[in-house]
Design a protein around this ligand. Sequence first.
Ligand code: 5AD
Ligand code: SF4
Length: 348
Amino acid sequence: MSISDKIKNLLTKAETGGNLTREDIVALLKLPGDYSPALFAAADRVRKEQMGDEIFLRGIIEFSNYCERNCLYCGLRKSNDKLSRYRMTDDEIINTAQEIKNSRISTVVLQSGEDFFYSTGKICRLIEQIKNETDLIITLSIGERSASDFQSFQQAGANRYLLKHETASAELYKYIRPGCQLDKRMQCLHSLKHLGFETGTGNMAGLPGQTHEILADDLLVMKILDADMLGIGPFIAHPDTPFAGIENDDIEMTLRVLAIARLLTRNTNIPATTALATLHPQGRLLALQAGANVVMPDFTPEIYKIRYDIYPGRTDVGSAAEIISQLEKDFQSIGRTLLYSPGNRPGK
Ligand code: 5AD
Ligand code: SF4
């Protein structure tokens, strides 16, 4: 069989839901560049078949940029003393949730660093208040907590939880997240799944020391965990971190990981991440045509948003209103529409 026949067979296997092995995934990641359009088109067809043409929206509130951790890649790391820290007041958080509701979006993502100022009780009260006043579906993205905390959040009304595994290499994980362990992260993810949260994980592409094999393992983590949501973004070097000056990859490899994630996991919710939009003016649109079906406009008030500085250039992608109106324009050209209802994973 010729090389091109082998590649065609592999793409067909991926598109038709055949069980991709680690070797298959590595081969897809390493495909010659001229096969990218075929890979993205296959992922786009599976997205359409499994999830339809609607783009699911989630409103984000970044309510605190304090973090106890020291991840080498992230601008919120505790040792970054150039960062001006903030915590939104409860009223500001509720008002922002109300704005999300007013824009007709039905899901809010409450995101922060690992900030233990927010005790379990504080988070629960916030969840209850948002539920009472807005009835939004609540997603938490606040880092690692104990299984009993997760349970309390659920009892208070939280429905979904995002906790990216970041990298599936235990060694790389330990290096880029000092004092943290991949096993512990995975235990959190298993607890969340077990409790019945719609659970999100994900990774960064382009980390120093990352190989195609590690990226394949990232994809297998997403599949084996049966994650419901997958956040896949490019690593972007931040000048006030130990990874300052590392060259950013182009977005090609991130889009490949995203496309393979769609082919492998079929009916998951996959956002076109802000990091992709930051690295490339068409990043969001390209992702939405390579397997992604979700967009998460950021509703954090401007005064705080510029300080949620995980990587540089984030705020250039615009306000939530700008993002939504740009999306509406772009979508007319690609035959997609916006969905304001909760947008659960099918069957959830
Ligand atoms: N580049 C890209 N993504 C980053 N994140 C943190 N720092 C960076 C960076 N430099 C992402 C991580 C994490 C979330 C807080 O933001 O994936 O989950
Ligand atoms: Fe904190 Fe998350 Fe950034 Fe690590 S990646 S420093 S845990 S906000």
